[in-house]
Every structure is written in structure tokens, then in C-alpha cells.
Design a protein around this ligand. Structure first.
Ligand code: DAH
Length: 343
């Protein structure tokens, strides 16, 4: 055994002289010290089979040899890496390569901003499925299967073989589908903002098939139109600027009664009427007092509770912000960095 170790030592001494690159050195290290097939490793493993009187002496010798081999390898490795550094000239005075600086997508920023504005008055952001049941998107919102109002939503339906108790599946065409879901999930009172992707069969400069909407819903005892108007004015000032305000105009939606369209005063003429806005007001979305049938669908007693809701497109209200000029809403989703970098 001792003779074997001595010949290993001689072999190592001869081979290390031939090493000229880090790869050679790695190979040598594996050959002698490798965990699986290293030659010295095999000897060290065999020590336990030796008779006791030899084990100590040979063991010491073998461990000493391992130490020598390890030191020699480390030394050569340092030499090799040292010489390589000197070969490669590195000019510290050269200017560095600038890393590209990213930022959030305009819509991500918009969603965060809207979320924060409503959080300050106690509305929590929730999210509900984008692939939704007909029940939540239409039926529970007071639009039975054959109701003509459904046509306004230009919905993508999913071609399911079997239709469940909640009707067909579809890509949600508006965030109002979160209203009854929230009523089912949460104890009263409710104050939610539901911001989500929505889908409709539409595509032109002011419509994209995938877009974002955001929905506000408040339900409690004694909620009135005055509360709705207060919240809309608050939003107008926080989002568009302190001199802006909101107004509501009578309108019709199936899921609210009474229903309104919401306008924001024009930033240029402050409601007087100018060349930009004509009437002084810019239309932003819909709102109203939650219809008793919708409350009932959410298992809430309309005699005890009332609520308001409002909803509109995130893209649209962001494009109404002063200082942004986006010629085509679809550009937002083309992932063209030359366009997106501007914002
Ligand atoms: N869901 C409506 C749409 O997509 C917008 C809307 C109107 C939301 C009235 C509401 C509401 O909450 O009360 O056009």
C-alpha cells in the first residue's frame, strides 16, 4: 500500500509539470482527488480494510500526500489565473456600456394610481375572473338571456359543449361582473374597486379587443345619489386636477336605477365650452344606484340596503389626462418600445 502511494506521488509530481492551462489542472485534480474515480481517493477509501497496525501509519502518509497535492494544485491555479489577468489588458478609463432603463407600462401606472386614489376613501381593490359565467356578466345584472341590452357588450363567448347552471362561459366584457361576486364574497358594507382586463369584439382607434375597465361599488344602509356624486367629484379632482369636477346625466343601464352617464369638466375651459370639448364636458363612463334585482341576485335585501356603482375604461380616462397624446389606443398593446418609452 505504501509503495502504491509513493508511485502515486511520483506520478503526480511528473504530471503537474506538464500542466499548462486551467483545464489541464482541473483534469489533474479530478484524476487524483475526484470523488468518484480519483486515484488517491480510492486509496483513502481502502484504508478501513487494512489491518489495524498499518492503518495509522499508512493513513498518515496518505493524508499528508493529499495535503501536498491540494497545495500544489492551489498554487498552480493561482499562477495560471494570475498570468491570465496580465495577458488581458483592461482599460479602466473607458466609458461603460449604459444599461437600458425600464419603467412600468402606462396602464400599470394607471391602475396603480386609480387604486391608490380609491384606497384613500376606503375602497379596496379586488379582482375577479376574466373568464366568467354568463350569470355574473349579464343575468345577475338584470339582463335575462334574450334581453336586447346584451348586444351592446359585443361579447366573446366560449364554445362549451355543456352549459352549467350559471350559463355559458365568456370573456368578461365589463368589470360590472364583479358586483354580484363581491356581494357573495363579502359581508356588508361593501366598498370595492374592481380593475381588470375586459374583452369585446371591437377594434378601431379608440377601441382594443382587450382593454381595462374599472368599477366602483358601495353598498350600505342609506347610500344615496349624493354619496355617488361626492365620490365622482373626489375622483375628478384627484385624478385630473383640483379645478375639475364631475356631473351626472340621466341615462339607462339595466343594472342601475336610476342610471347616469358621467362627464368630467374640460380642463381647458373648466365647463364653459371651448373648441376642444364643445360642450364643456368630456364623457367618461356610466353610473347609477344598484338595481334592486341586482341586490337580490347577490342575496342582499333591497329594502334594507342601497348602493351605487360606476364603471369606465381605464385607457379612456387615462387618455383624457392633460398632456398625453395617444393617436391610437391599440398602440398601447403592440409592445413597440419606441412608442412605450415615451411615457
Ligand atoms: N358596465 C358598463 C359598461 O361596460 C359601465 C357601467 C355603467 C358600470 C353603469 C356601472 C354602472 O357600474 O353603474 O359600459
Amino acid at each position: 500500500m505504501k509503495a502504491k502511494l509513493e508511485s502515486l506521488k511520483a506520478l503526480f509530481d511528473a504530471e503537474i509539470k506538464k500542466v499548462s492551462s486551467p483545464t489541464d489542472l482541473d483534469e489533474l485534480e479530478i484524476k487524483f482527488l475526484g470523488r468518484k474515480a480519483g486515484e488517491l481517493t480510492a486509496v483513502l477509501r481502502g484504508l478501513k480494510n487494512l489491518p489495524e497496525d498499518q492503518r495509522k501509519e499508512i493513513g498518515n502518509f496518505a493524508n499528508q500526500l493529499r495535503g501536498e497535492i491540494e497545495n500544489a494544485i492551489t498554487e498552480i491555479r493561482n499562477q495560471l489565473s494570475g498570468s491570465q489577468k496580465i495577458d488581458r489588458f483592461f482599460d479602466l478609463t473607458l466609458p461603460g456600456t449604459e444599461l437600458p432603463n425600464g419603467h412600468l407600462h402606462l396602464m400599470t401606472k394607471a391602475i396603480r394610481e386609480i387604486t391608490e386614489i380609491f384606497e384613500r376613501i376606503g375602497f379596496n381593490r379586488v379582482r375577479y375572473p376574466e373568464v366568467e359565467w354568463d350569470w355574473y356578466a349579464f343575468e345577475a345584472l338584470n339582463m335575462p338571456g334574450d334581453h336586447p341590452a346584451r348586444d351592446e357588450w359585443e361579447t366573446f363567448f366560449i364554445d362549451d359543449k355543456e352549459i352549467g347552471p350559471k350559463g355559458k362561459r365568456l370573456l368578461t366584457p365589463h368589470t360590472s361582473s364583479g358586483q354580484v361576486r363581491e356581494m357573495e364574497r363579502k359581508e356588508l358594507p361593501i366598498r370595492m374597486t374592481n380593475i381588470s382586463k375586459c374583452y369585446r369584439r371591437q377594434s378601431d382607434i379608440s377601441h382594443a379587443p382587450m382593454f381595462h375597465q374599472f368599477e366602483g361599488l358601495m353598498i350600505d344602509t342609506d347610500v344615496t345619489i349624493a354619496h355617488l356624486k361626492g365620490v365622482l367629484d373626489y375622483f375628478a379632482k384627484q385624478f385630473f386636477g383640483p379645478n375639475r369636477t364631475a356631473r351626472i346625466r340621466p341615462y339607462h343601464f339595466q343594472f342601475t336605477e336610476p342610471s347616469f352617464e358621467v362627464d368630467i369638466s374640460c380642463g381647458l375651459c373648466e365647463g364653459k365650452g371651448c373648441r376642444m370639448c364643445k360642450s364643456g364636458w368630456l364623457e367618461i363612463g356610466g353610473a347609477g344606484m344598484v338595481h334592486p334585482n341586482v341586490l337580490k341576485a347577490g342575496k342582499i335585501d333591497p329594502k334594507k340596503y342601497s348602493g351605487f356603482a360606476f364603471g369606465w375604461g381605464v385607457e379612456r380616462c387615462y387618455l383624457m389626462k392633460p398632456g398625453l397624446s395617444i393617436p391610437d389606443i391599440r398602440e398601447l398593446y403592440q409592445s413597440d418600445l419606441r412608442f412605450l418609452k415615451q411615457f
